[in-house]
Design a binder for this molecule. Structure first.
Ligand code: UDP
Length: 456
């Protein structure tokens, strides 16, 4: 008789990884599978602080933590560094946790480990313990396809040992996938240390091929079949959606400000600009000023997520008189229930950093984008949004590297007035909806994944 399935899910400690993992975990639990969700201690504390106190007693999934090498709150600041350190400390902690679970109840032993594609160490622990392993790609499939090619690209002298493009002007994996130029390769950074760290982490990803027989990908087949074809044993099961968990979503590092939904209720349909740059984007004070004034210039109502750490090492300040002038049409919050916001009929446009989660969330709600990427895969996601799917435009900096108020206002107006962008966005929304609805490609893939873990 097959053992009762018990899945252990382990993301890396970054908001853009923990959130989709939580969506996946809740969806697995909704299919009657026991699931234990492992966070690093610092992330666990943040998540528990942002949800209601009774979550532990009533939860569908069990939230546990293992010690991490960072001080409280530090994981968010430096997930790459964390992941490097994790190679040392966390495998032992994970192994002990699994042993403890397995010993505490013979009927609830871990049958499958679901780990982030960048947490190869967790897959190695599972292999050593003889447990079934599945990898989860929370970013797009194209960046995974590129990471899997790293050994060949280095071997061919296209990338040097630090991941810098040294041969040719760009890397092309197929004619349907936008090519990566030197500056938009996901590990490219103006900070050499950061570049080294991200490249080092990306270099571990090809190991997953020998460690797992299945890679789940938060995308859908119709969105990017070309990139999916380049990834062995991949199963697209997205877009994953946030499920309310005791009235809120349990994957947040910040408490959601739900008042913005009642504010949206009071706005005209299709009028609001939603502005959010994920969990790590940082701006200079000058850039914050230009953005504020650009939003004001549009004349549209706007909802702007200003995290406490949005301004580079400083407290965010707004231009003089700005708050008073926009009081009747601007709403500023620290963290929004983003999927609910994007699904709201008042929202017309998403000014986004193009993190993969934000990209999928916006496109599955049919919202046109103004793309403002700054880092990792965001630049390539922007190429998909603007050049492949044609559901948005990008911002261009001036000669000093600043995105001016005029650029922001002009581009927002251009996005809002484009019927072609609107039509493409609605088309993708429909494809996304079909893929997860009964009979759709992601729906079927998800069912087959559940069958696989139930038989594990
Ligand atoms: N998010 C949110 N509220 C906000 C801003 C972001 O819930 O005010 C969520 C968003 O829905 C997404 C995640 O945070 O699921 C950010 O992930 P993404 O990949 O877009 O960006 P990252 O933070 O990894 O750069």
């Amino acid at each position: 008789m097959a053992r009762k399935p018990h899945v252990l899910a382990i993301p890396i400690p970054a908001q853009g990884h923990v959130a989709p993992f939580m969506k996946l975990a809740l969806q697995i639990a909704a299919n009657g599978v026991q699931i234990t969700f492992v966070n690093s201690e610092s992330v666990h504390e943040r998540i528990m602080a942002s949800v209601s106190a009774d979550i532990e007693e009533q939860s569908l999934i069990s939230l546990v933590s293992i010690p991490d090498a960072l001080e409280s709150g530090g994981a968010q600041r430096n997930a790459v560094d964390f992941t490097k350190r994790a190679q040392k400390g966390m495998p032992g902690s994970l192994k002990s946790l699994i042993e403890k679970i397995n010993q505490s109840n013979i009927n609830e032993q871990i049958t499958c480990v679901l780990a982030d594609t960048t947490a190869v160490w967790a897959l190695e622990v599972a292999k050593e313990m003889g447990i079934e392993r599945i990898a989860v790609q929370v970013a797009g499939p194209a960046v995974l396809a590129l990471s899997l090619q790293i050994p060949q690209l280095v071997e061919a002298g296209i990338l040097d040992k630090d991941g810098i493009l040294v041969k040719g002007k760009s890397i092309s994996l197929s004619k349907e996938i936008p090519a990566w130029s030197r500056s938009d390769i996901p590990w490219s950074s103006s900070d050499p240390e950061m570049q080294k760290a991200i490249f080092g982490l990306s270099c571990t990803v090809p190991k997953i091929v020998g460690l797992t027989n299945l890679i789940l990908s938060n995308t859908f087949y119709e969105l990017d079949a070309s990139a999916l074809k380049l990834v062995p044993n991949v199963l697209p099961i997205g877009p994953l959606h946030a499920r309310n968990y005791m009235g809120t979503f349990a994957g947040n590092f910040w408490p959601e400000d739900s008042v913005c939904i009642s504010w949206l209720d009071q706005q005209t349909a299709g009028s609001v600009i939603y502005v959010a740059f994920g969990s790590t984007g940082k701006f200079s004070l000058q850039q914050v000023d230009e953005l504020a004034l650009g939003l004001e210039l549009t004349g549209h109502p706007f909802l702007w997520v200003v995290r406490s750490n949005l301004s580079n090492g400083a407290v965010t300040k707004f231009p003089e008189g700005f708050i008073e002038r926009i009081a009747d049409r601007g709403k500023i919050v620290e963290w929004a229930p983003q999927e609910k916001v994007l699904a709201h009929p008042s929202v017309a446009c998403f000014v986004s950093h193009c993190g993969w989660n934000s990209t999928l969330e916006g496109l599955s709600k049919g919202i046109p984008f103004l793309c403002w990427p700054y880092f990792t895969d965001q630049l390539h996601n922007k190429s998909y949004i603007c050049d492949v799917w044609r559901i948005g435009l990008g911002v261009d900096p001036d000669e000093n590297g600043i995105i001016t108020r005029h650029e922001i206002s002009t581009k927002i107006k251009a996005v809002l007035s484009s019927d072609a962008i609107k039509a493409n966005a609605l088309h993708l929304k429909e494809l996304a909806r079909k893929s997860v609805n009964e009979g759709g490609s992601s729906y079927k893939n998800f069912k087959s994944f559940i069958e696989q873990i139930k038989g594990a």
